[in-house]
Design a protein around this ligand. Sequence first.
Ligand SMILES: C[S@@+](CC[C@H](N)C(=O)[O-])C[C@H]1O[C@@H](n2cnc3c(N)ncnc32)[C@H](O)[C@@H]1O
Length: 303
Amino acid sequence: MSVMMKPLFSYAGGKSRYLKHLGRYFVKTNTYVEPFVGAGSAFCYMNYYSLASKFVINDINHHFMKLYADIKSNHEDVLREALAISNEYRSIDEREVPYFISDQRDLYNANPTSGRCLFFANRAFGAILGVDQQGRLEGAFGYHLDRRSKGKIISVKDVEEWAKALQNTEILSGPYAKVRVPGNSIVFCDPPYRGVTVNYKTKFDDADYTALFNWCSELANDPTISVIMTNYSDGLFFEGLCRDDGRVLVEYYDSCFTNGPKKLRGKEILMVWNSLGPTQRQGKLTVTRDSASTHRPLESKAE
Ligand SMILES: C[S@@+](CC[C@H](N)C(=O)[O-])C[C@H]1O[C@@H](n2cnc3c(N)ncnc32)[C@H](O)[C@@H]1O
């Protein structure tokens, strides 16, 4: 079996590790819409299994959306620049690595080219990559920067796979609520984690989570749209919204995420409207089974 298409950089909140849970709700559809795409682990999954004929991706981080747009239109140029910086990087002394990487961020912000964006994001190793008040690409260093691995840096194969996948993809950059969702879609919403203090520098408070939940709920009034939303669960907040909605299928899985220098363990909540799953994938084989016994919507609050 071929290797799964991969994100081009490691990203705080990336969902690669959780695809075994999420992927059970990803089935064949016309359009796959991801309004908070980040590094795109679920987008990779949908592409790898050829589960949609069209894709729409969006993120408020315009740097990454520009990177994807440039890879779509001319991945050779992006690769050429990223590989040239990688060669320079390989020749520096180990002690210089953190300075070299943060210099790349500053050089990129002074002259934002996508090859440098790719190199910087790829080397920042899970640093919280966000956008600062001035719109510059921000990467908070300290805990994550990998000082050891100077081996394989940019994977030509990964970039080429992205270039291919993006040909069929509409690339947007803005707030999620501006994304238009057609019928016969799967929408996957992975907003920033609620309650996590170090974030992408975007504001997302409880009013925003409620507004997003309502946006998902409204989309689901169209029975041909399946909506999946995930987040950190404190056992109360999202559960209350789901109870009031009354149509949401809820599942939990264990998660581990980074909050500043700390690793936190917790429960992740998966909320699904108009569920099309769960399915189990082995290689390219998709088996659908009845979900009724193990999964059910949270009941509405008793009046
Ligand atoms: C948890 S991350 C998504 C990670 C992604 N699923 C992955 O696997 O890489 C959340 C993303 O939401 C984006 N974001 C934050 N506020 C947003 C908004 N109002 N509209 C669209 N995107 C937003 C952030 O820039 C970040 O990339």
